[in-house]
Write a protein that binds this ligand. Sequence first.
Ligand SMILES: Nc1ncnc2c1ncn2[C@@H]1O[C@H](COP(=O)(O)OP(=O)(O)O)[C@@H](O)[C@H]1O
Ligand SMILES: [Mg+2]
Length: 383
Amino acid sequence: MHVGILGGGQLGRMLALAAYPLGMHVRVFDPAPDACAGQVAEHIEAKFTNAEAIVRFAEGLDVVTFEWENVPSVAAGYLAGRLPFFPSVLALETAQDRLDEKLLFESAGLETAPFRTVETREELRAAVAAIRLPALLKTRRDGYDGKGQYVLRAPADEDKAWETLGPMPGGSAPGAGLLLEGFVAFERELSIVGVRGRRGDVRFYPLVENHHRDGILRLTLAPAPDVAPERQREAEAMLLEVMEELEYVGVLAIELFDYQGRLLANEIAPRVHNSGHWSMDGAEAGQFENHMRAIAGLPLGSTEPLGVSAMVNLIGTLPRSEDVLAIEGAHLHLYGKEPRPGRKLGHVNVVARDRDELAARLARVQALTGGEERLGSFGARET
Ligand SMILES: Nc1ncnc2c1ncn2[C@@H]1O[C@H](COP(=O)(O)OP(=O)(O)O)[C@@H](O)[C@H]1O
Ligand SMILES: [Mg+2]
């Protein structure tokens, strides 16, 4: 089977690495000459707007998927008209616009932070009056890793937020395409990753707990500590609703806020997700393998965790491999990217039999990576 992946970053690379044992051949499409998936798969290097290159990419493929959310609709639409294309173009387009995402959550019956669209300075004032501070102003499109967001704490922040995000790149009218969101004083951030096959079969990974710093995910604990079985079922039901609304095939993630006993939906990722990386070593079948199985119409693999796991992102700089690999239960995943501040260069999955063992192993990994995320009761609790 020949699989095409739109986008050739680390997600595409790990999808390709999971595809080969299943006997698949992988071709990625990415404009960057040094796209890291290109080290392990055939690479078509061209802009997403290059029609000739898209045609060349499609040649001989059996199925197309994507690992990057901002694939232009034209390219996706062209490919979806000719080849099995999973997840759906609807899922891709919905995830590209925070407003569409919020409307999807509403129609699927999921609770979200309060929000208002903002197109003009006047509308920002009205939205702040309606939602109250603190609040976050976000661009509807092109935000990632906390970029395209501004936190408003006091009325005086309105002007600064407007100046920072108001005039949109590309010259459109100032203020076009913003969303003001009420700030959720969540207890913690969770996410759920699941997979839906071509026949509508589904599997869910356990809820995981995510720790961000400067808008970037640093640490995932899997399964999340202190999750009652009802919460897991609630989160699975939320994911299933969204999957069905989107006629979804493949791996899907929802980021959630754990807030006063409720799960609020923050955003979806219509793809393999950073908070699912632990599953490569910490579950029967990892998210990358399961995504490839799903889009190929193969039976899905078990999402059962193997013990308890933590995933530590390697951002900006890398520890010495020999130091990481000397730690029992630590699995190193490097993406083959040039170090640069703020860049995701790899991750370490730590797997253990119980939480005490995990806490000890994780502490050794974090001593190498400078991670300072608090684990709350995680390390101290009895297992
Ligand atoms: N309404 C909100 N209330 C509180 N924190 C928020 C809110 N929206 C986003 N955040 C914080 O900012 C992070 C990044 O925001 P998110 O909407 O997930 O955008 P992206 O991941 O695309 O950058 C979230 O993981 C969360 O920590
Ligand atoms: Mg996010």
